[in-house]
Design a protein around this ligand. Structure first.
Ligand code: NAD
Length: 480
């Protein structure tokens, strides 16, 4: 079994305690590799390395275009190793190989996209009066901390690394303890791409240990976190104590709102896809189906048949659904089936583990009907392939249900009536709205982020750059 090392200051290293954690394949429960159990000392070493790199003449004076070229080389290396990276991601997360391949390509696209903007991060001139030249500079923040979850390890790692580096920051990243493998491989590729030592550092380890040490380190300048609301709150409190800016992406309970006048086959396909991609372990999963009462039975039957027909199995077999990431997460999903029983809900399909697919943590695609919009099943993020059905009769009622959770990440609207679609799009409380599609192919270019408890700050697209820069205003007296 491989003993992986973490990457600090351009060197591959064990943790100062020499302790390791084992990562497993959730499809087979077999051990894949060990990796360092990073601790406070290791985080401190990494932050020091990132600070030294940030302050170095080499990095401060690097041409913006050269930062772009580094990212472009990283993009090329990711593409060259795409098969191996996807294979690793599938082993570590369990996700179907085709989804891992798509994730790797998205990671490459982040590098390509932000490579192109590294030398286009512009300030403004602001007219004040004739003898003052007033301009703004968009400067990097400094050392940025990145805490990454286990559901899209390579995608989410590069999603924040690329804009941070494009804007001239340095990076300390902590991957999730369940899925460290591709982030470490990205560090290797950064090294090969010629990133100066200390610009990108990866510290592996547990959240409460390495993650907490990173979030509370006094010498970081920003924290990007993707994960649970509870951990998000902890991180925000820690950041508040030191007045550190944070970007939080905390998941959701996103609705697909399906009207009777929609293309129902197309809608059903995407409703199923949006809740089963990555076995439902997706922050933007379409986990609530809001369906117009007049087509409820017909549509729910269509969706149920599609869900029941999905193939479940190890990611390497490229089934439709891989396993859940861990026993802990599987048990959490199962606990919601007890809630369903207590709430008197009807399980239309699924609702249990799928031992037939092997020893791993498999769960069946599940459709739950007959629940209350205020109940836990309709309100809480289950983070598994579990779709709940909520009928509505009027557009106003659909809006009220759509906005009726604490979250607000994504909304899908399915209708052929453009007026209804726009009316809803302007009133739903969510960071992204998709009309007659869902996800639009990953959307590296699209602004992404939450309303309400789904978080704040924005990832992806040009908007993300605002969160990895700070603006300085300079006023010059010009004597004529
Ligand atoms: P989590 O929020 O605890 O973990 C996410 C990341 O944060 C991991 O890297 C973890 O090591 C780190 N972390 C944990 N505690 C920390 C702390 N105190 N300080 C700093 N970093 C810390 O999530 P989880 O326990 O793995 O999953 C629980 C639930 O979170 C899921 O069921 C799901 O609802 C949600 N989740 C959401 C996303 C998303 O994409 N929005 C991703 C993963 C999990």
């Amino acid at each position: 079994m491989d003993r992986l090392r973490m990457y600090i200051g351009g060197a591959w290293t064990d943790s100062s305690s020499n302790e390791v954690i084992t990562t497993i394949n959730p499809a087979t429960i077999e051990a894949l590799a060990t990796f360092p159990r990073g601790n406070k000392d290791d985080v401190d070493r990494a932050v020091k390395a990132a600070r030294a790199a940030f302050e170095s003449k080499e990095w401060r004076e690097i041409l913006p275009a050269e930062r772009g070229r580094l990212l472009l080389r990283l993009c090329q290396l990711i593409r060259q190793q795409k098969d191996e990276l996807a294979h690793l991601e599938t082993l570590d997360t369990g996700k179907p190989l085709s989804q891992a391949q798509a994730d790797v390509e998205v990671a490459a696209r982040y590098c390509e996209y932000y490579a192109g903007v590294a030398d286009k991060i512009l300030g403004e001139t602001i007219p004040i009066r004739a003898d003052i030249l007033n301009y703004t500079l968009r400067e990097p923040l400094g050392v940025t901390a990145h805490i990454v979850p286990w559901n899209y390890p390579i995608q989410i790692a590069v999603r924040s690394l690329a804009p941070a580096v494009a804007a001239g920051n340095t990076v300390v990243m902590k991957p999730a303890e369940d899925t460290p493998m591709t982030a470490l491989r990205i560090a290797e590729l950064c090294e090969r791409a010629g990133f100066p030592p200390g610009v990108v550092n990866i510290v592996t380890g547990y959240g409460a240990e390495a993650g907490a040490a990173l979030a509370s380190h006094p010498d970081i300048d920003h924290i990007t976190f993707t994960g649970s609301v509870e951990t998000g709150k902890t991180i925000m409190k820690t950041a508040a104590a030191q007045i550190k800016p944070v970007t939080l992406e905390l998941g959701g309970k996103s609705p697909n709102i399906v009207f009777a006048d929609a293309d129902l086959d197309e809608a059903a396909h995407w409703v199923v896809r949006s809740i089963t991609q990555n076995a439902g372990q997706t922050c933007s999963a379409g986990s609530r189906l809001l369906v117009e009462e007049s087509i409820r039975e017909e549509f729910v039957e269509k969706v149920t048949a599609l869900m029941a027909g999905l193939r479940i199995g190890p990611g390497l077999d490229n089934a439709d659904l891989g396993p859940i990431i861990s026993e802990k997460q599987l048990e959490r999903i199962e606990s919601y089936m007890q809630v369903a029983a207590a709430e008197g809900a009807t399980i239309r399909t699924g609702g249990r583990r799928h031992a037939e697919a092997g020893d791993g943590f498999f769960f069946q695609p599940t459709v739950i009907d007959g629940i209350a919009a205020e109940g836990r099943l309709a309100q809480e993020e289950i983070f598994g392939p579990v779709l709940v059905v909520l009928p509505f009769t009027t557009t106003e009622e659909a809006l009220a249900i759509a906005n009726g959770t604490e979250y607000g990440l994504v909304t899908g609207i399915w209708t052929s009536n453009i007026h209804k679609a726009h009316w809803l799009a302007s009133r739903v409380k969510s960071g992204q709205v998709f009309i007659n599609n869902y996800g639009a192919g990953g959307g590296v270019e699209m602004t992404f982020g939450g309303y309400r408890k789904s978080g704040f700050g924005r990832e992806k697209g040009l908007e993300a750059l605002k969160f990895y820069t700070q603006v300085k205003n300079v006023a010059v007296k010009v004597n004529g």
